[in-house]
Design a protein around this ligand. Structure first.
Ligand code: ADP
Ligand code: MG
Length: 702
């Protein structure tokens, strides 16, 4: 039950004066995104923070207006220059001047009548907007305001500028915002008073009042107290939710799994290699967690090819020795099958009864597997999300291993733990996750790292090659496969559409087959699972020697004797993705090559990315560079989504606050795990306001 004091903030925005269904819809697009089924809440509106402000006192004159500055100009209208008929790309211009110089007011897709009415030649107008200098001449594209003196005198001298969307006028938004502020009650303070005075923060309500009615641009500075406080609120809500989830998971356990080591010994004996030092250390970390009666929540971070699967198997063997069950969950069916295939011989050697469960196991087979999980005759199940589904019951699930899926959210975590009364969780990820992301996506998870790669690995030689030299690349590959090599050929990501990507891959497949014969195989996301398997297996067995693929092979695919990776249109891939793809080679003892085919001319960022790929194989360095090139916000963004996004906090400005929030949240949960103290109760409000009410439900349930 949400505290009553929040009710006014949880009404739909359409409850505000002047906000009808149409405007509510536009606000939904702006605040929630997409086709939200319901209008957003008043709280969402209040957390919509201005990006800048119009300071009408800032009237430098045309010639002295700095590039990019938002200014107000008092100008006289000189002439209208409509766009030539039929040419939509040339804008409509209105020339105007003041004592210092001349400026062009620029309008795209303009309506001439309207412009002539608002800016009659010879009249004085106050225009405000951003000045841009173009070939030494100032212009203002779509001024924010064009008013006469009388109207100007009515305007506030300082007005915030919000990110906008079509169908929502600035005035309407401003008015709704004032209504929202009026309905904002005084809330008890949830922040620590010492921190508040140190950071010069004001309370939540005064802070929002400042932010939505700033007097100076400084009040909206990201590092300033107002925005910082809200960023901190957001971080604290995130950290607190994670810590509460974690505390709850911990509490729900109470079983130690130790095992006698016989299966682990059998696995090690069956391995054709010895475990690396860091694999052994990670296994020891996990065994310690499993042996304790606290619930494990551990992240295993290891670069591509560092041998995480083996660590996972050893963890599974530990609980199976102790008479319990384990699941290994992969993000795709392809990966699940591959895991099953590599693990089967080891499981056999150790006497582990293993099964695979994906969407594809149907009918009798599925029924048998489900029965086996339920009665405990299956020890280890390897699968996809299918293992979460209703109807899958375990006799005693002790360990869930989640592979290659660092966006594994709180939701899934809860669903998983619902399957086992005291399930320990191990998340394995290849993508080196920057610390800020680990913190915001996992909270204070324990982390084991696999810094060293298995011995005998050879560096991968990476080269960039312009696409014009495709023919030479094909010849090179022809020579290499004649000597027994295997190659991946990854096709460009054309759009966010498997269909289009698949078509590109099919075309390349046909070309390469024409050039090189039947040794070319194809795998892409549009193929049926069975066809994908078949293609993978033929490549594994060496019946095909070149595998044309889309990014379905991005994660996890393991064919150790593949030594060539060609990535077509490498400039279209992100760094993390290139790194993942490249990690498909260099897994055996033979030297490998990665050819990044690019189409010039390269933009600066694309150029830098390819240069970094050429420079280093170090996944952590690549992740850092990626962050630098893209900004952390985008890493949290939708493409790799699932992670909690932040509306106000910006890592580039507020990363230090995240650390404080982490410590703060930890102390809060230690001292007051049920959030019952006065501060705890106030913090519940914070969790509601920032949409972290899951955590509160968990509290109530626990
Ligand atoms: P990732 O960490 O990318 O998931 P995998 O677990 O797929 O890596 O391991 C990559 C390859 O390295 C596999 O072929 C695996 O059998 C092999 N491997 C794992 N551990 C070792 C080791 N200690 N020595 C040699 N090869 C190893
Ligand atoms: Mg793996």
């Amino acid at each position: 039950m949400r505290p009553e004091i929040l009710n006014p903030l949880f009404r739909p925005v359409t409850s505000l004066a002047g906000v009808g269904p149409k405007i509510g819809e536009a606000m939904g697009r702006l605040l929630v995104g997409g086709d939200a089924p319901e209008p957003p809440r008043v709280a969402d509106l209040l957390l919509h923070i201005p990006v800048g402000l119009i300071d009408r006192r800032n009237q430098p004159g045309i010639a002295l207006s700095p590039e990019g500055a938002i200014v107000t100009l008092e100008v006289r209208i000189d002439r209208h220059m409509p766009a030539p008929r039929g040419n939509k790309r040339v804008p409509y211009r209105v020339m105007a001047h003041d004592d210092t110089g001349e400026i062009a007011l620029v309008f795209f897709r303009a309506e001439q009548n309207f412009l002539e009415r608002t800016m009659p030649v010879g009249e004085t107008r106050f225009v405000s907007g951003k000045v841009e200098w173009f070939n030494g001449r100032p212009q203002m594209v779509h001024p924010d305001h064009i008013v006469d003196r009388e109207a100007f005198e009515q305007l506030p001298m300082v007005e915030p500028v919000y990110p906008m969307t079509a169908g929502l006028a600035r005035k309407t938004l401003g008015r709704a915002m004032r209504g929202a502020l009026d309905s904002l009650p005084d809330l008890p303070e949830w922040q620590d008073p010492t921190l508040m005075s140190r950071e010069r923060w004001t309370g939540f309500k005064p802070t929002l009042e400042t932010v939505h009615a700033p007097a100076t641009p400084a009040e909206l500075a990201p590092e300033g107290p107002a925005i910082s406080r809200l960023a901190y609120d957001e971080f604290l809500a995130n950290q607190l939710a994670l810590m509460l989830t974690r505390a709850n998971l911990r509490r729900a356990t109470g079983r130690a799994r130790i095992g006698d080591g016989r299966m682990r010994r059998a696995i090690i004996a069956a391995l054709p290699f010895t475990l690396t030092g860091s694999q052994q250390a990670a296994i020891a970390d996990i065994e310690r967690d499993l042996a304790s009666d606290e619930r494990m929540l551990r992240l295993l971070q290891g670069d591509v090819g560092s041998g995480k699967t083996m660590v996972g198997l050893m963890a599974a063997a530990t609980v199976i020795e102790a008479g319990s069950q384990a699941v290994l969950m992969a993000p795709t069916e392809l990966l699940a099958r591959q895991h099953a295939k590599t693990l089967q011989p080891l499981a056999d050697a150790a006497g582990i009864r293993m099964a695979i469960l994906t969407g594809r196991e149907k009918g009798r087979e599925r029924v048998d597997i489900l029965a086996g999980l339920d009665d405990g005759s299956i020890d280890l199940v390897v699968g996809t999300h299918a293992v979460f589904q209703a109807g899958v019951e375990f006799r005693d699930l002790a360990l869930a291993i989640v592979d290659e899926q660092h966006r594994f959210g709180v939701h899934q975590r809860l669903a998983l733990s619902a399957k086992g009364a005291a399930t320990d969780i191990l998340v394995m990820t290849a993508t080196p996750i920057p610390r800020t992301l680990v913190l915001t996506a996992f909270g204070d998870m324990d982390v084991s790292k696999l810094p060293d790669k298995p011995a005998g690995r050879q560096p991968i030689e990476t080269r960039t090659v312009p696409l014009e030299r495709l023919d030479q690349v094909v010849e090179r590959i022809r020579a290499a496969i004649a000597e027994g090599a295997k190659a991946y050929w990854v096709c460009p990501l054309v759009e966010e559409s498997e269909e289009v990507d698949a078509a590109a891959a099919e075309d390349r497949f046909v070309d390469l087959q024409r050039a090189l014969g039947p040794v070319v195989g194809l795998v892409h996301g549009r193929m049926k699972a069975a066809e994908k398997d078949e293609a993978m297996q033929r490549f594994q067995r060496g019946e095909t020697r070149i595998l044309v693929a889309t990014t379905v092979i991005e994660v996890g695919v393991d064919v150790p004797d593949a030594t060539i990776m060609v990535i077509e249109h490498a400039e279209r891939f992100g760094l993390a993705q290139l790194h993942q793809l490249r990690g498909r080679v260099g897994r055996g003892s033979k030297a490998s090559t990665c050819l990044l085919l690019y189409k010039g001319p390269l933009g600066e960022v694309a150029h830098d990315r390819l240069a970094i790929m050429r420079d280093t194989e170090d996944g952590f360095r690549i992740a850092e560079e990626d962050l630098r090139l893209r900004g952390e916000g985008e890493l949290l963004g939708t493409r790799q989504s699932g992670a909690p996004g932040f509306k106000i906090a910006r890592f580039e400005h507020h990363a230090h606050l995240l650390e404080i929030a982490r410590d703060d949240a930890r102390l809060i949960v230690e001292k007051d795990p049920a959030l019952n103290s006065p501060r705890g109760k106030a913090l519940q409000l914070l969790l509601y306001l920032f949409g972290r009410d899951e955590a509160i439900k968990l509290l109530r349930a626990g």
